[in-house]
Design a protein around this ligand. Structure first.
Ligand SMILES: Cc1cc2nc3c(=O)[nH]c(=O)nc-3n(C[C@H](O)[C@H](O)[C@H](O)COP(=O)(O)OP(=O)(O)OC[C@H]3O[C@@H](n4cnc5c(N)ncnc54)[C@H](O)[C@@H]3O)c2cc1C
Length: 479
């Protein structure tokens, strides 16, 4: 029989989703988060959440299906790392996830964009342009209003999973130097995986933030030393605790794809702090809205809405020749006006009255910018093939006399595709045997294998909701 209360470790979107799902199934929850406020990385998400076959798509006459979304995700994951059962769970439940967020919580997800690697417009966001906040804060507020059935403890760091012969039976956690134990099924929803876990005890000092990533034994140092020098978009809470908790069990959890770390092409370089180890993300929605990527000579070098891994490789190559910039014309900037206003307020994006003004400030010959616009417009209007294979041209055309919004960009460590091995029921599997560990589920970024070698934009919020719902239902039923 399943215990009356389930413990959820982590109060980002995956944990909040699992908590609400458990409540829907008549179970009480204890949600623990080590930070003083809930939300994790989920509140920062800026491009949106995917859904294929949603009501918003139908209202906008967008032709899409779970099968098309499956095909895009499988192609992006790569033949060797695509796991059909996990991709089916993700894509097949996507429209239901959107319906749950809009129907149950009243979240506005009415704007739908086509982003890199997607064959249809399916990334949903709110009109305010802050989808992570719109979604996560709605779930947070509802949970906080739930009363006695949902106990939330903030600044509570889970240090250990409690085990008995029949599996995981609870957690040990710490608040203000005091240790506590709580008993029940456990859902791990601790997010980003890439900080030290290997052979390192889970203590205050080893969980202090991204800078610890360079320590011997860290995931990046072990699996992707080539990424150690890059900045990250992740918050200081993103320390890979879930992986360490589950791999410290007597029969440790399995892990997969640890070398698959997503580098996002458009971190925004802060001119005041070019060496900063954390950066704001320039949302993929900016390129979806029609933003261009220009190299130091003012030339395009890639399909801006190509798959994220391909765009990142091209940006890294272009960066060898000097600063790379994200440039939005007037129509594109208007479509993502809230984003641009926010980046400008942080000193990360500049507004120029014309290409001539931009040229003078950036030291790029005006003739080069004009030539780029002429060539892009020819591709967009179909009079010449695009040299980089771009097929969708949103908010073209560009003219030298229009206002431009410009940011210098840098590739950033953004997301971990690898993590705990789970099955399509979000049960954590033991290393070696691949048998489910009784009493333990996981959801969100802490799980591995859903996206293979490359995650599509918008599929992480979706992963948090889909697998949060599956884990919540499984933990409620004990299966
Ligand atoms: C800037 C940015 C923009 C993004 N934009 C998008 C987007 O538009 N679309 C998209 O799909 N994805 C996007 N992503 C990725 C996406 O936001 C995350 O992958 C996703 O939100 C992860 O959700 P989660 O619930 O698994 O983890 P999180 O939201 O990170 O939550 C994990 C929580 O666990 C807590 N925790 C960790 N360890 C412990 C412990 N030991 N004890 C207690 N609590 C613990 C943390 O404090 C945190 O609150 C973006 C990411 C970033 C950084």
């Amino acid at each position: 029989m399943s215990p009356p209360r389930t413990i959820i470790v982590g109060g980002g979107l995956a944990g909040l989703t699992a908590a609400h799902t458990l409540l829907e199934h008549g179970k009480d929850v204890l949600l623990l988060d080590k930070m003083p406020s809930l939300g994790g990385n989920s509140v920062k998400a800026s491009s949106g959440i995917n859904g294929a076959g949603s009501a918003a798509q139908q209202a906008l006459d967008i032709n899409d299906s779970p099968e098309a979304f499956f095909a895009d995700t499988e192609a992006s994951a790569g033949a060797e790392l695509a796991r059909p059962a996990l991709i089916t769970a993700l894509t097949g439940n996507s429209a239901g996830a959107i319906a749950w967020l809009t129907g149950t919580f009243g979240v506005d997800l009415s704007v739908v964009a086509r982003l890199g690697g997607h064959s249809a417009a399916r990334t949903h966001r709110d009109k305010g342009g802050a989808p992570g906040w719109a979604i996560t804060s709605a779930l947070m507020k509802r949970l906080e209003a739930e009363g006695a059935r949902a106990q939330i403890v903030k600044s509570a760091r889970v240090l250990r999973l409690l085990e008995e012969a029949d599996g995981v039976v609870g957690v040990e956690y710490e608040t203000a130097g005091t240790l506590h134990e709580a008993r029940g099924h456990v859902v791990l929803a601790t997010g980003f995986v890439a900080l030290p876990y290997s052979g390192i005890a889970l203590t205050e000092t080893t969980c202090s933030g991204y800078s610890a990533d360079a320590t011997p034994g860290s995931l990046l140092a072990t699996h992707r030393p080539d990424l150690l020098a890059l900045p990250t978009t992740n918050g200081a809470h993103a320390t890979g605790d879930g992986v360490r908790l589950a791999t410290a069990l007597t029969a440790p959890a399995g892990m997969c794809d640890l070398d698959q770390v997503q580098v996002h092409p458009t971190g925004l370089l802060d001119p005041a702090k070019p060496e900063a180890k954390t950066t704001f993300l320039g949302a993929e929605a900016l390129r979806g809205a029609g933003g261009l990527l220009l190299d130091a000579r003012g030339a395009r070098f890639v399909d801006e809405v190509g798959r994220r891994d391909a765009v990142t490789a091209a940006v890294q190559a272009a960066a060898l020749r000097g600063p790379v910039r994200l440039v939005l014309g007037q129509a594109a900037a208007a479509e993502v006006g809230k984003h641009c206003g926010f980046y400008a307020s942080k000193g990360l994006m500049k507004r120029y009255a014309s290409a001539a003004e931009f040229s003078a400030d950036a030291g790029i010959p005006l003739a080069a910018l004009e030539a780029t616009f002429v060539s892009y417009n020819a591709s967009a209007s179909g009079t010449a093939p695009d040299p980089f294979g771009k097929a969708t041209f949103h908010n073209a055309l560009y003219t030298p006399n229009e206002e431009l919004h410009v940011a210098v960009i840098t590739p950033v460590v953004h997301y971990t595709m690898g993590g705990l091995t789970v099955d399509a029921r979000a049960r954590v599997l033991a290393a070696g045997t691949a048998q489910p560990i009784p009493g333990l589920w996981a959801a969100g970024e802490v799980i591995g294998g859903v996206h293979g070698r490359n995650r599509l934009a918008g599929s992480s919020l979706l992963e948090a909701v889909v697998f949060g719902r599956i884990a919540g239902a499984g933990a409620a039923q004990g299966v």
